[in-house]
Design a protein around this ligand. Structure first.
Ligand code: GDP
Ligand code: MG
Length: 176
């Protein structure tokens, strides 16, 4: 017997260096690595969470370097019900590229995939993108929104759990 009732596939997208692998590691292992050798690090992660007494396994896919070549394929998106679209509040260009990432996702993902815009590195003192700008982009595009820090752990749980609850509700409503 499986040790969970549901399996949700998540993907994490966004420019290289925004903290995707660190967010995954923080969520699955509750730790942070400052070193820069994450490419050979995690490509997948998983964790079982509970919603309404149901055990839900979140299976999380990390692009692990492919983002540099923009070779994210349909296979990567296939079956995904949740997505973290990540940018770095300390690097404006990663925010400017969001529209392109979103277009990619809309073209390749299944309908009703729940997307959260994740403004990562909220611990940084020097910022290039304000909270308001992030919130505005999310509102314009119908995305959830949170500012996170994969370093301190701030809001990392919520980024996954809030979306998991929405996916769970969509599932109950027969949307997948
Ligand atoms: P990826 O290419 O999107 O997977 O990015 P990584 O997870 O490899 O992170 C890129 C760099 O940003 C690494 O040096 C991390 O230590 C750093 N980093 C990731 N998340 C945070 C964060 O929340 N705060 C700070 N200050 N640094 C972070
Ligand atoms: Mg990575």
């Amino acid at each position: 017997m499986a040790d969970y009732n549901y399996l949700f596939k998540y993907i994490i997208v966004g420019d290289a260096g925004v903290g995707k692998s660190c967010l995954l590691l923080q969520f699955t292992d509750r730790r942070f690595r400052a070193e820069h050798d994450m490419t050979i690090g995690v490509e997948f992660g998983h964790r079982v969470v509970e919603i309404d007494d149901q055990r839900i396994k979140l299976q999380i896919w990390d692009t692990a370097g492919q983002e540099a070549f923009r070779s994210i394929t349909r296979a990567y998106y296939r079956g995904a019900t949740g997505a973290l679209l990540v940018f770095d509040i300390g690097r404006r260009a990663t925010f400017d590229h969001l529209a392109q990432w979103l277009l990619d996702a809309r073209q390749n993902a299944q309908p009703n995939m729940v997307i959260i815009l994740v403004a990562n590195k909220s611990d940084l003192e020097r910022r290039e993108v304000s909270t308001e700008e992030g919130a505005w982009f999310a509102r314009q595009n119908g995305l959830f929104f949170l500012e996170t820090s994969a370093k301190t752990g701030q809001n990392v749980e919520s980024a996954f759990l809030d979306t998991a609850r929405q996916i769970y509700e969509n599932l109950q409503a027969g949307m997948y």
